[in-house]
Ligand binder design. Sequence first.
Ligand SMILES: Cc1cc2nc3c(=O)[nH]c(=O)nc-3n(C[C@H](O)[C@H](O)[C@H](O)COP(=O)(O)OP(=O)(O)OC[C@H]3O[C@@H](n4cnc5c(N)ncnc54)[C@H](O)[C@@H]3O)c2cc1C
Length: 457
Amino acid sequence: MSARADLDVAVVGAGFSGLAAARRIAAAGLNVVVFEANDRVGGRVDREDLGDGLVLDLGGTWTGPTQDRIASLAAEVGVEVFPQFADGRNQIEFNGRVRSYGGTIPRLGVGALLDLARLQFGAGRAAKRVAAGSPWDARKADLLDSITLEDWMCQRHHGQTAQQLLGIAGKTIWGAEPREMSLLYVLHYIASAGGLDALLDTEGGAQHERFTGGALSVAERVAAELGDRVVLNSPVEAISTEADAVVLQLADRTVRADKVVIALPPPLCERISFAPALPEARAELQRNWRMGALTKVFAVYKRPFWRDAGFTGEALSDASPASLTFDVSPEDGSQGVLVGFVGGDDARSYAKLEAEPRRALVLEGFARLYGDEALEPERWLERDWAAQPWSRGGPVAIAPPGALTSGREALRAPIGRLHWAGTETAERSAGYIDGAVRSGERAAEEILAGHPARRSA
Ligand SMILES: Cc1cc2nc3c(=O)[nH]c(=O)nc-3n(C[C@H](O)[C@H](O)[C@H](O)COP(=O)(O)OP(=O)(O)OC[C@H]3O[C@@H](n4cnc5c(N)ncnc54)[C@H](O)[C@@H]3O)c2cc1C
């Protein structure tokens, strides 16, 4: 630490990326403090504890077999995982009909099925040409980044059914519509997840397992290890780089550090003022990326009654604002919980409704899928992520056309004493908790590599 700094490293944000960065830096013996704006850690991962072992994951929930950094971190802090319930048949409500199906492919007409297979194959193949971590280096990157996912589906003459189904999945995966996202961004997201199946599948995919006690337990345990090195209720308002330190301006004090890790999604970085001004590529990136819109709704029942009828609780709907549902009952099935995802345009219009019509719309949708018992939950809960002041949306920040190629390396290249983390900067599992952990560990390594006092972890 220089004579004029209070800390070796300041971390902005106690989401999974900031906590993972701080944990690694602290383990190397450096003096690190995390400043978190909110009154809790976890960021886009949060929990509602309803008692009697019933815990709802309000944000990030699942993990999958390819997500090995969050798996290691959870194991290191002693948090276990259990499989997502997936016994039975899935449901789809489409064009006014409800049908059940096995696996990931819904039962539709032969033409629509072939078209969907062509869309999945085409997207998977295109994603293989985009290197995880450096989408801007892909062949024809500028072209891929100049159009939206919607443009691409139209150019390839995909039918309405396949387009609608990918649109429904996208509302939950990105909290966004196909017209909002650059094709290159979407392809990179798929590549960084390890392929389309890894993204979409429950068994063997990103929805494979849940954390006992909720995903927040992992963040809480890391924060407990860090102790008073995590400071809550401390939004960082300004960051200025001086010759011998970086100075963080908080509401009630200034903090000087040798280095800072900014562990936020790009749109949230835009709310911090930087001196000197950030290079244009980085500043533009922060202005261009925007948060997706995603609301989670939960209906809690005495029991998971849909299982009796042979349903997994996983369903797609083109008629309900909750266009995707899952069974998120406690592991022992002692109560039944359905979660619904309301994303993209649906989330924006849903937020404008009064509470009662919102609930009625979702429960009527659940009833069309699972029967009238779904109309009478014992409890009802919603979490609108766009309304969370320190997240402003979720699950992830999206890049509109042009944003990835104009920003390029600025997404994570350090600028002097400033290092960037956050799941959006991850080379693998970008958008996921695993990506957040990876990005934090990578930012920590950048700092430790250049630090004379580095001690092995
Ligand atoms: C509804 C929803 C469902 C999801 N489902 C899954 C899932 O099932 N599986 C999965 O792997 N991922 C899922 N995700 C995504 C996952 O939660 C995120 O990728 C991950 O939590 C991001 O972590 P992060 O550290 O990059 O960012 P964040 O969690 O956003 O952390 C940033 C932190 O910085 C704080 N902050 C903001 N501004 C300031 C400031 N000026 N000063 C100080 N602190 C500040 C914020 O309060 C926050 O704590 C989901 C997300 C949502 C919202």
